[in-house]
Design a protein around this ligand. Structure first.
Ligand code: AMP
Ligand code: MG
Length: 439
């Protein structure tokens, strides 16, 4: 596998940064496990928002702006015509009708981008195009449709009133108006407005560069042939897609076998381009759980049991000279995904400065009775539906097994079954995390 920025010597492998110290971890409950919320808040407390820098407005789409943006110009910039037609003095045509048309000389023409004549004399008109500046002393636009479209003289057959079809300077946005407040997320329409007021760059927090690595000697890339004991690497694809969906710039490195030296070298080599590293596999109790064994050699780490199902074994660290955060997720694909939603998405949102860091869930009534493991927050896979009254209900999809990727794909929500219960009756209000939200 090609390695990024590989060191020529093995000093890297002996390097343990001195500064890496983690904040005090949360105190686990009597069962030796910390709660999902405790672990999530701990990770959020260990990472900082990325430093903002100037980005082109189009590249800033979806990012959090770190400055108040004030318009330096009026929109519209000048009084201009909303129609193709004739600039007039309204008084000259205020009584024009089909029966008593008004005929006036056409003394000039103003195209869009043309300079506005200083003055329109009484009893005359000028041809004007949409967006062209309105001549001085003209106070209405007569659209072509209300005339015979004459070139030297024009016959007007519809009355006009003062201000008609004129777009006034500053009526939309004024000089000095706040158009985007620090902390807001730049949306499609904001990009248009920034461009309209002439701004090409804004200070935003960048997309975090997220490196995704999966571990396991059984893994093979999709597209290749499998031997009987091998399986396809789904996690690095699943997590890369999830991180991209959360707004990150993703480097999917792929998989590494259960070889401590290879894993250590690979992680070390990736530090140069990572704001966050994600690994899957190798964090539980198996003999080949190398992530847990190797990562403490690269920095400060925290391996903990979290009172959730799936996703109990969780690892976190700040590694390398820059104290780069690494989140080490369990290997079962559904566990990895659920852990992403519970922990990684909030961390990515914090790096990006997107508030709230934890997206709020929605409340849905259980469509049927559900059993739940006491002592653990279960994140079951579900589908949200609206019942006859329009109220939202949620039903479960498939089983609780953390290998059930087919069922995960059918689900559109994670259903939070609380730790303090073993049974949820039909109709009970539950917290649900919709999965297919707009970013
Ligand atoms: P581990 O946590 O490494 O013991 O892995 C737990 C289970 O998840 C095992 O059945 C692995 O084969 C499976 N698994 C681990 N990594 C992946 C992956 N990247 N893609 C698919 N399955 C995986
Ligand atoms: Mg493994």
């Amino acid at each position: 596998m090609p390695l990024f920025g590989r060191k020529k010597n093995d000093e890297a492998l002996r390097h343990v940064p001195e500064v890496a110290v983690l904040p005090e971890p949360p105190v686990p409950g009597p069962n030796g496990l910390r709660t999902l919320e405790q672990h999530r808040d701990y990770l959020l407390g260990c990472v900082e928002e990325l430093m903002p820098f100037g980005q082109h407005v189009l590249d800033a789409l979806g990012l959090s702006i770190c400055e108040d943006v004030v318009s330096g110009i009026d929109l519209p910039r000048f009084d201009n015509s909303a129609m193709d037609g004739y600039a007039v003095r309204a008084a000259d045509v205020q009584y024009a009708t089909d029966v008593r048309p008004v005929r006036l000389p056409v003394v000039g023409e103003v195209p869009a981008g043309g300079a506005a004549p200083h003055r329109l004399s009484p009893g005359t008109v000028m041809k004007i195009m949409t967006g062209a500046p309105v001549p001085g002393d003209a106070d209405a636009i007569v659209p072509y449709e209300a005339t015979d479209r004459g070139s030297t003289d024009v016959t007007v057959t519809v009355p006009s009133s003062v201000g008609q079809h004129i777009r006034r300077r500053g009526e939309d946005v004024g000089v000095g108006d706040l158009i985007l407040a620090a902390g807001s997320r730049i949306g499609v329409r904001d990009v248009g407005l920034l461009a309209a007021v002439g701004i090409d760059k804004v200070m935003v927090r960048p997309r975090p560069r997220v490196v995704v690595i999966s571990t396991g000697s059984e893994l093979v890339d999709p597209g290749l042939a499998l031997s009987p004991e091998q399986i396809y690497d789904s996690n690095s694809y699943l997590l890369a897609a999830a991180a991209k969906d959360a707004g990150a710039q993703v480097f999917r490195v792929g998989h590494v076998g259960d070889d401590p030296a290879a894993l250590k070298q690979l992680v070390y080599d990736q530090l140069v381009r990572a704001d966050l590293i994600l690994t899957t596999g190798g964090v539980s109790q198996g003999d080949y759980d190398i992530v847990k064994a190797v990562l403490p050699e690269l920095g400060a780490t925290d391996f903990a049991g979290v009172a959730m199902q799936p996703g109990k074994p969780q690892g976190f660290g700040l590694i390398g000279e820059d104290r780069t955060p690494i989140i080490m997720l369990p290997g079962n694909p559904v566990s990895a995904f659920v852990s992403f939603e519970a922990f990684v998405r909030p961390v990515i949102r914090k790096l990006m400065g997107l508030t709230p860091y934890v997206r709020p869930g929605v409340r849905c009534a259980a469509a049927h009775a559900m059993s739940s493991i006491p002592g653990r927050t279960q994140l079951a896979r579900g589908v949200i539906a609206a019942d006859e009254t329009g109220a939202r209900t949620v039903s479960l999809v498939g089983g609780h097994g953390s290998h059930l990727l087919g069922d995960l794909s059918k689900a559109d929500a994670l259903v939070v079954l609380p730790a303090d219960t073993d049974f949820v009756a039909a109709g009970t209000e539950l917290e649900v995390w919709p999965l297919d939200l707009p970013r």
